[in-house]
Design a protein. Sequence first.
Length: 254
Amino acid sequence: MAFGVLIIGDEILSGRRQDKHLPKAIELLKARGLSLSWARYCGDERPLLTEMLRQTFASGDVVFSFGGIGATPDDHTRQCAAAALGVDIALHADAEREIRARFGEEANPQRLMMGELPVGSHIIPNPYNRIPGFGIRGHWFLPGFPEMAWPMMEWVLDTQYSHLHHAQPWAEDSIAVLHTHESQLLDLMNAWQARFGVTIFSLPSLGSTTGRRHIELGAKGAPDDVTAAMAAMREDMTRHGHPWCEMAALHDAV
């Protein structure tokens, strides 16, 4: 099952705010033995957001969407989700209950607007202020505030997808190859990938005042296969005369 992330808001695209959701989503998934397949950004533009949601609903992926579920004029995510699915938007009974419990007699129509959700939604509890997010068709719509959104994402992962946690053993390992160009390693990389059934990756670094120029060369996949591939990689680097070191020793390498 693929997991995706949507980051919504003009403030991200304009640079007024820096996105913190993407790295946190990766962290929360990784802690449960899961991984992120894709991420997309979108501003607060209804036609564009509606079309993007049509595409992601059609994908069948599990999607976490951050931002745009409030009641201010620049919040369009609830309405766009409804439009993408071709359903109405209406005050959700559970969301109304949570908002009234939070605000009491001050639960005015403006605040209740945050409980107007696409028909067929179910709420995501918000431990911060009780104003819920919502889920529908494998999409989970969360606030833009990290203090609210991240515990809500954890709740979804742990209550809706616990059966997927650590379901597929996974490992990743790498070494640092020095004084070598990627083109010199392509044949070896293709051979390791075909031989061991892992994904071989190569991440060149131009170096800096705190690190040497190098290529981070590694493998990811089933743990036993990664172990075998990395053993072959280390042996082949030495045999072909490519200097290398473990990543932890990179700053000491000559």
